[in-house]
Design a protein around this ligand. Sequence first.
Ligand SMILES: [Zn+2]
Length: 141
Amino acid sequence: VKRTPLKARTSLRRKTPLRSRSAGMFGSGVPLKRSQPGRHARIKPVSDKRRAENRERRKMADATYGPAPECGIRWDENCRGLADDLHETLSRARSGGDITNPDICVPACRPCHSKVDDNPAEAERRGFLLPSGRPRKAVAR
Ligand SMILES: [Zn+2]
């Protein structure tokens, strides 16, 4: 059978996007290009495990403190009154990363939260930071 050789009659054109259309973690889609051998894959900024814990933590905070809790620290006159964050009285290293335990959480406004972080000795004196090895709330000395 005699065949005529194939000839390119139209120029090459991209029909699929370089990025998938599905909204991924960052909304703009995930690059379709796979990581190549010898190159590093991108590390997720938050692991699946931590994302699940953060979700659990938000649920715990809403159930425990409601939508607009007051600051539980009241460090000084710069206190804003309403909490922005959840302060953990036990550092994550000390609690083994258990960030969903309401026993070690105190709602805190941003200024008070910073004060606690910047003044660990005073914060421990006031009972907002627990020394290691004590899982319960500190009592005033
Ligand atoms: Zn405060």
